[in-house]
Design a binder for this molecule. Structure first.
Ligand code: MG
Length: 361
C-alpha cells in the first residue's frame, strides 16, 4: 500500500560558486533548497524540492510542516485527490507564494514515489514522447563584462550547449543592444539565442527594447514586464517583433490560462517548483498544446527534463544557473544541445545528503 507513513522536510542554504545578478532580483549570493521526502508503508520513498532566490525558504518550510500534518496517512498514489485536498486546506492564506512552492515540492515527491513504485522513469509514466529534449544554458549574467559573458558562453559550448540565454535590462538600452550584438557576432547568425529582462520594463519600454533587439534574430524575449500585466504582454507580442516567453512568476494553472488567452505569451514557461508541481505543470503543458504553443520551462532542470520529455509540444528546457550538480549523484546529461531524460525509476535525482548537511547554515 502507498499509505504515507513519513514526510520529512529539510532546509538548506546553498552558496553560489559565482555571484549572480539580474535586473530585478539584484545580486544573488545563495539560494535556498527546501526538500521533502515521502515514505510509504511498503518502504518506498520519493523526494521533491523547491528552490528560492535566497528568501522565503523558512515560510516554505512552515507550509511543508502543515502539509506533513494534513497528508499523514493519506494514499500517496491518489495524487490528484491529495493535491486538491492540500490546495483547499491552504488556499485562503496561500493562493500563490511560499504555499505553492511547498505544495510543488511535495507533489514532485509524490510523482517520484509513484514512478518508483511503477519501476518507470517519470518521463515514461507521464507520456513518454521523446527523452531527447532541446535545452539551453540560462545565464544569470546581467552584470558580467562582455568578456566574462563570452567566456561563460565558450564554457557552455564546451559543455555541449547549442542554445544560450543571456540577461538584459541594464540601465541603458544601448548597453543591452551592444551586449546582444557581441553575443550574436560570437555565436553566428543561426545559433539560438534568447534574452531575459526579468520583468524590468513597462510594456511601452519593452516594446521599444524588443524593436531595438529584434535585428539580432532572437528566439524569445523573456519576462519583458511584470507578470500581472497580461494586456501589456499581449502588446509586446503584437508590437515588439520578438516572440515572448513568460511564466516563471505565474503560480497557478489559472494564471497561465489568463496570460495565454490574452495572447500575451509565445512560449509559456512554467517552473515545476513554483507552479504547484508536476500535477500543475502537466496541465499547463497540455493547455499550451491546445493553444498550439510550445512549452518551455524555468529552473529545476533535473526534474523538468522528464516533464518536457513527456509532451509533444515541448520547446527548450532551461538548464538553470542554480545548479545542484555538486549535490546529486547523476547530473543531467547534455549531448549536442540535447538534455537526455534518464531511464532511472522516478525522476532519478538522488541527493548527497551528507554534502548538503555539511553546508554552513
Ligand atoms: Mg527568467
Amino acid at each position: 500500500m502507498a499509505t504515507i507513513t513519513e514526510i520529512r522536510p529539510r532546509y538548506f542554504r546553498v552558496p553560489l560558486e559565482t555571484v549572480l545578478s539580474d535586473s530585478m532580483h539584484g545580486t544573488i549570493t545563495h539560494f535556498e533548497l527546501c526538500t521533502v521526502e515521502v515514505v510509504d508503508a511498503d518502504g518506498a520513498a520519493g523526494v521533491g524540492y523547491t528552490v528560492t532566490v535566497g528568501r522565503n525558504g523558512r515560510a516554505v518550510m512552515a507550509t511543508l510542516d502543515e502539509i506533513a500534518e494534513i497528508a499523514a496517512g493519506a494514499d500517496a498514489d491518489r495524487i490528484e485527490g491529495l493535491w486538491h485536498r492540500l490546495w483547499w486546506a491552504l488556499h485562503y492564506g496561500g493562493r500563490g507564494g511560499p504555499t505553492v512552492f511547498a505544495l510543488a515540492a511535495f507533489d514532485v515527491a509524490l510523482w517520484d514515489l509513484k514512478a518508483r513504485r511503477a519501476g518507470l522513469p517519470l518521463w515514461r509514466l507521464l507520456g513518454g514522447f521523446d527523452p531527447r529534449v532541446p535545452c539551453y544554458a540560462g545565464g544569470v549574467d546581467l552584470d558580467f563584462t562582455t568578456e566574462a559573458l563570452i567566456a561563460q558562453t565558450d564554457a557552455n559550448l564546451d559543455r555541449g550547449f547549442r542554445a544560450i540565454k543571456m540577461k538584459v535590462g541594464r540601465p541603458r538600452l544601448s548597453e543591452d543592444v551592444a551586449r546582444v550584438a557581441a553575443m550574436r557576432a560570437h555565436l553566428g547568425e543561426d545559433f539560438p539565442l534568447m534574452v531575459d529582462a526579468n520583468m524590468k520594463w513597462t510594456a511601452d519600454v519593452a516594446i521599444r527594447a524588443a524593436r531595438a533587439l529584434a535585428p539580432h534574430n532572437l528566439v524569445w524575449l523573456e519576462e519583458p514586464t511584470v507578470p500581472d500585466d497580461f494586456a501589456g504582454h499581449a502588446r509586446v507580442v503584437r508590437e515588439g517583433g520578438i516572440p515572448v516567453a513568460s511564466g516563471e512568476n505565474l503560480r497557478t494553472l489559472g494564471d497561465f490560462r489568463g496570460l495565454i488567452e490574452a495572447g500575451g505569451v509565445s512560449y509559456p514557461e512554467p517552473d515545476v517548483t513554483t507552479c504547484g508541481g508536476v500535477t500543475a505543470f502537466m496541465k499547463i503543458a497540455h493547455l499550451a498544446e491546445a493553444f498550439h504553443l510550445p512549452v518551455t520551462s524555468h529552473g529545476a532542470h533535473d526534474v523538468t527534463v522528464h516533464l518536457l520529455a513527456a509532451v509533444r509540444n515541448r520547446s527548450f528546457l532551461e538548464v538553470h544557473g542554480f545548479g545542484l550538480d555538486r549535490f546529486i549523484a547523476d547530473p543531467l546529461t547534455i549531448e549536442e544541445g540535447l538534455a537526455i531524460a534518464p531511464e532511472r525509476p522516478g525522476h532519478g535525482v538522488a541527493f548527497d545528503w551528507a554534502a548538503l548537511q555539511a553546508l554552513p547554515g
